[in-house]
Design a protein around this ligand. Structure first.
Ligand SMILES: Cc1cc2nc3c(=O)[nH]c(=O)nc-3n(C[C@H](O)[C@H](O)[C@H](O)COP(=O)(O)O)c2cc1C
Length: 192
């Protein structure tokens, strides 16, 4: 039995009813169906203060960032589902990525991102579905060594696109999410 690639899946929102958490959970299922091992995490379980260099100098990085660095290291792939705030990356997502990019003892800052392959998706109640945030997230991830696959998905009208079980009601959206997750897993399998 060949080793399965491991994919870390999370949303750029901690909101209990977050549409992007729905999307991330669905993506985790599609990643598993495509033959990889998916780990869904909720960033609410990794609270971190807004980055402050003095805090870091005095106390080091927060335990949650230390833990999350280790979690990243255990995975080869990422799926991030994030809303945009004012057309930009959410502060939660940026702050988390920043803390995880800081060195911790012998573990270099960018080690958790090196050689990672990612897919990015978004959803929002608005018409564009968070589309404007995706190129910025793509750029941020590229800056720190993550290869972001070209295909992406932004789902607008998010309050109407999930059924009671959290599944996507539109076949086109569901097929696209599936294709994105399959492409990620196939790409990761080539690297094993
Ligand atoms: C500060 C702020 C700015 C926002 N800006 C945008 C925006 O630029 N585009 C958009 O589609 N939605 C925007 N929204 C609405 C979010 O997409 C909406 O709250 C969404 O449900 C958040 O994602 P979540 O459901 O995963 O928590 C904004 C929300 C907040 C709180």
């Amino acid at each position: 039995m060949p080793t399965k690639p491991k994919v870390l899946v999370f949303a750029g929102s901690t909101r209990e009813a977050s549409f992007n958490k729905h999307l991330a959970r669905l993506a985790a299922k599609r990643v598993e169906a495509a033959g990889a091992e998916a780990t869904f995490i909720d960033l609410r379980d990794y609270p971190m203060p807004i980055y402050d260099g003095d805090t870091e100098d005095a106390e080091g990085i927060p335990d949650t960032a230390r833990q999350l660095k280790r979690v990243f290291m255990e995975h080869q792939g990422l799926v991030i589902a994030s809303p945009e705030y004012n057309g930009f990356i959410t502060p939660l997502l940026k702050n988390t990525i920043d803390w995880v990019s800081r060195p911790d003892g012998d573990l270099p800052g960018l080690a958790p991102y090196e050689n990672k392959i990612a897919s990015i998706v978004s959803s929002s109640p608005g018409g564009l579905g968070g589309l404007r945030g995706l190129p910025l997230l793509r750029q941020l991830l590229s800056n720190i060594g993550v290869t972001v696959l070209p295909d992406q998905l932004a789902i607008g009208g998010a309050s109407q696109v999930f059924d009671a079980s959290g599944n996507l009601t539109d076949e086109g959206h569901a097929n696209k999410l599936n294709a994105i997750c399959e492409r990620l897993v196939v790409t990761l399998q080539r690297q094993l």
